[in-house]
Design a protein around this ligand. Structure first.
Ligand code: SAM
Length: 236
């Protein structure tokens, strides 16, 4: 009996498989997708010797930031030391003032406020001797019209945009513009939200950034998670 015949005869098999997948929480899948994407981005950049810093905009509890440090150590075992340092940007108080354009039922100001001390302690624990710097504050104060070189950022290896809003994403992209290099991978974790509205969210910020910087070519690298996207700078 072939597989199709078995499936048609024993419907309980499809019920078991469906039950199994339905118990996996969507947020867990989302996070696993993010980890896989960071792993891919760190691997690809190490493989191609795209040296520089890992920059994350929106670190919240430090889950993806800590993962990036962890996976870097493993990838260094394959390709050798990359001398990568890690920079994380967050207010630890949420978004601050949300513009009318950025309003979204899930992106409310207070949902991302966290116990900063506890998060920093955990990042320290997870860093395992790697160089990192957390720049605390609202992006309006920490990165808007600021120069990344002031923080010792020379080149970006991987840029993780996980700050949900169009305004925050625009500030992050403008901040990294001068440290992008051929081979930098830029990830947008919330690329699909706002019901696919092309005027909103991370998608709209990226679209505008590309229009304003036609000298930079981004080639699609891979999709991940729930509608998230990664691009690689192929020309600059
Ligand atoms: C979705 S969470 C980040 C999740 C994190 N990368 C992870 O995977 O664990 C979004 C974060 O972006 C931060 N954020 C967004 N806009 C910001 C802004 N303008 N200034 C400072 N922080 C901002 C929020 O405080 C929040 O912690």
């Amino acid at each position: 009996m072939n597989l199709l015949k078995i499936l048609k005869k024993f419907l309980f098999i499809q019920n078991i498989i469906a039950s199994f997948f339905s118990v996996i929480p969507p947020y867990l899948e989302f996070t696993i997708g993010k980890y896989q994407a960071i792993k891919k981005a760190m691997f690809i950049t190490a493989h191609d010797e795209t040296y520089g810093s890992y920059l994350e905009f929106g670190i919240f509890t430090g889950s993806s930031f800590n993962f990036a440090m962890k996976i870097n150590k493993k990838i260094e075992k394959i390709f050798g030391e990359a001398n990568c340092d890690f920079f994380g940007f967050d207010s630890f108080e949420g978004f601050g003032k949300i513009s009318e354009d950025d309003k979204h039922p899930r992106f409310r100001d207070n949902i991302f406020s966290v116990d900063e001390k506890k998060i920093l302690k955990n990042i320290q624990k997870c860093s395992d001797g790697q160089k990192y710097k957390i720049i605390k504050g609202f992006f309006e104060e920490t990165i808007k019209n600021k120069d990344p070189h002031q923080h010792g950022i020379e080149k970006a290896r991987v840029v993780m945009i996980d700050c949900d809003l169009k305004e925050s994403t625009s500030m992050a992209l403008n901040f990294v513009r001068d440290v992008l290099q051929i081979g930098t991978i830029v990830m947008f974790d919330d690329y699909i939200f706002y019901k696919g509205d092309e005027q909103k969210g991370e998608f709209a910020a990226f679209k505008k950034f590309k229009e304003q910087n036609p000298n930079i070519t981004f080639r699609p690298a891979f999709e991940y998670g729930y509608g998230s996207r990664a691009f690689i700078v192929s020309k600059i």
